[in-house]
Design a protein around this ligand. Structure first.
Ligand code: ACO
Length: 367
């Protein structure tokens, strides 16, 4: 009997990232995730994935300018986003719909990365009845995204927090959205088609859709004394605890440590540790109860739990969590698409047929 989720199947060779689920290690283009995440700007991380090495000062300046110059989105995209806001569509659906329109002007890989934050910020403001704020060329990628949300130039701590997040989740082996992107690319299709398909895969709650519900659980608990009762109730009724468990990691997701430390710094500087302390308690209780309800499954904290805490601390609305994940991961998707083009091999696995055979045709009047 074939596995239904391709667990453990090696589908490609990649130089982009390595996920060791038993040791809880993630390497991104040669760097342990903690080393890269807290030092790099998002431009440096994107360059690293696309070119294999860190950029020189001149390369980085040129790349910054290249991204900055391509942030504007076409008027047709703005119109579609207005319609999406009126129809109250899900933010990831709005991103998917709008990302497809990037082909109107360019299919260049930098243009795709440059326009994602503009789409996400514009849609978010429209859903709140506000006019989108035009991007600024002089700001870096992360700072410009925060600026487009509220029109304020963000302080260095918020920018550093967001860059740490974007660097941490930029690539992660053959996760579902990256696999989707590579399958589409392997047919000889274009980059915009590949990232649009990947957005669809990222949207689901088993992949990128978990941080919102993870934070909502922490808010629902509200007080550490209620953690056990609320989480036990969820597990008793068969619910999954969002932000826990992973297909590959059987120990703590190393990204949870990087994001947890970034969140702690942010909340400490802001002078209010109450949400952070509550989240730590919820996490410890969840891990204990998961071991009780699912013994031997080794369910640990995944990236989404601290994503939620960090992005909330930066001041992002829950509805922005998964689109912000896409703003980062699109650089990784494109790196994989480029690698897939080099491999130049159609991805086309087999299926095992479990249906009937040798049926004979029944005319409509006899059915
Ligand atoms: N809460 C409760 N039970 C869980 C959880 C959870 N978070 N995760 C897994 N389990 C249980 C399953 O019900 C299953 O139990 P069973 O064997 O008694 O039926 C067992 O643990 C194994 O789970 P699988 O579904 O086989 O594990 P899989 O590898 O398919 O799932 C996944 C991984 C989808 C991430 C899962 O752990 C989950 O649903 N987590 C919650 C959602 C979440 O946090 N998603 C973000 C993932 S990180 C990312 O993609 C960026």
């Amino acid at each position: 009997m074939a596995t239904t989720g391709l667990e453990g199947v090696v589908a490609a060779t990649t130089r982009l990232s390595d996920v060791d689920g038993e040791r809880g290690e993630l390497v991104i283009a040669g760097f342990p995730v903690a080393e890269l995440a807290s030092n790099a700007t998002f431009e440096e991380t994107t360059w690293l994935l696309w070119h294999g090495d860190l950029p020189t000062g001149k390369q980085l300046d040129d790349f910054r300018r290249e991204l900055g110059a391509q942030r504007e989105i076409p008027e047709a995209t703005h119109r579609l986003l207005r319609d999406c806001a009126k129809a109250d569509v899900d933010p990831m659906d709005a991103l998917r719909i709008a990302a497809g329109t990037i082909s109107l002007e360019s299919e260049d890989q930098s243009a795709i990365v440059a326009k994602f934050p503009t789409i996400v910020a514009a849609f978010w403001r429209l859903t709140k009845g506000q006019t989108p704020i035009a991007p600024r060329e002089d700001l870096d990628h992360a700072a410009n995204f925060l600026y487009m949300l509220d029109g304020e130039e963000p302080n260095a701590e918020r920018v550093r927090g967001l860059e740490t997040y974007l660097n941490t989740v930029v690539d992660h082996g053959f996760n579902a959205s990256t696999f989707t992107c590579r399958v589409i690319t392997s047919t000889g299709s274009d980059l915009v088609s590949a990232v649009v398909g990947a957005i669809g895969a990222l949207k689901g709650p088993l992949h990128g859709g978990a941080p919102g519900p993870a934070l909502e659980t922490v808010f629902e608990i509200g007080d550490a004394a209620r953690a056990e009762q609320v989480l036990r109730g969820k597990l008793q009724s068969g619910e999954r605890l969002m932000g826990f468990g992973h297909r590959v990691y059987k120990v703590r997701d190393p990204r949870a440590d990087v994001l947890g430390a970034a969140a702690e710094r942010l909340y400490r500087r802001a002078g209010d540790m109450s949400l952070y302390t509550l989240a730590r308690h919820v996490e410890a209780t969840a891990i204990r109860l998961l071991e009780e309800f699912k013994p031997g499954r080794r369910l640990q904290t995944n990236v989404e739990f601290y994503t939620a805490l960090l992005l909330h601390g930066i001041g992002l609305d829950v509805s922005l969590f998964t689109p912000t994940f896409a703003i980062s991961r699109v650089s990784g998707w494109i790196a994989h698409a480029l690698e897939q083009r080099e491999a130049a091999r159609l991805i086309r696995p087999k299926s095992e047929y479990s249906g009937r055979r040798d049926r004979t045709w029944t005319p409509i009047q006899n059915r």
